[in-house]
Design a protein around this ligand. Structure first.
Ligand SMILES: [Fe+2]
Ligand SMILES: [Fe+2]
Length: 149
């Protein structure tokens, strides 16, 4: 019997909680990564990239917070540790890494959408469908910007 009086109304597997923490670690990584790339960027080229790095970095921080809120509700403890941050020396180096990180996010979030759906966690499913769409936009933005570098 499920005890409906205790804990969150929606219960999920430890595997899904772990995936949410992997997502948080990645969001923390890219939030810091884009912020430092924005700070360290210099040169006459890439003013558009500069602005995008700043605004996308802020979006990633909001993703980290939204996912952490969901994880905490579900009974997990959000990690404070980002996955390894890569800043890069040149704008080209920076954006090439960022394209890879966004592609990895898209892959991981598709997986989370699917697992959440299977476990009947509609809220996590919806949250990650929304975030997934934004990561696809970021990937598209960085890919487009990289063509001019
Ligand atoms: Fe994100
Ligand atoms: Fe992103």
């Amino acid at each position: 019997m499920v005890d409906k009086g205790k804990g969150p109304a929606t219960k999920v597997s430890a595997g899904l909680l772990d995936l949410l923490n992997q997502a948080i670690a990645r969001e923390l990584q890219v939030a810091i990564q884009y912020m430092w790339q924005h700070v360290q960027w210099s040169g006459v080229k890439g003013f558009a990239v500069h602005d995008e790095l700043k605004s996308i970095g802020i979006v990633e921080m909001k993703h980290a917070e939204a996912i952490a809120e969901r994880l905490f509700y579900l009974g997990g403890t959000p990690t404070t540790k980002p996955t390894p941050i890569f800043v890069g020396k040149t704008l080209k180096e920076m954006i090439e890494q960022d394209i890879k990180d966004e592609a990895n996010a898209v892959e991981l979030y598709k997986q989370i959408v699917e697992v959440a759906r299977k476990e009947g966690d509609e809220t996590t499913n919806r949250l990650f469908r929304e975030i997934l769409q934004q990561e696809e936009d970021h990937h598209d933005t960085f890919t487009t910007l990289s063509e001019d570098l």
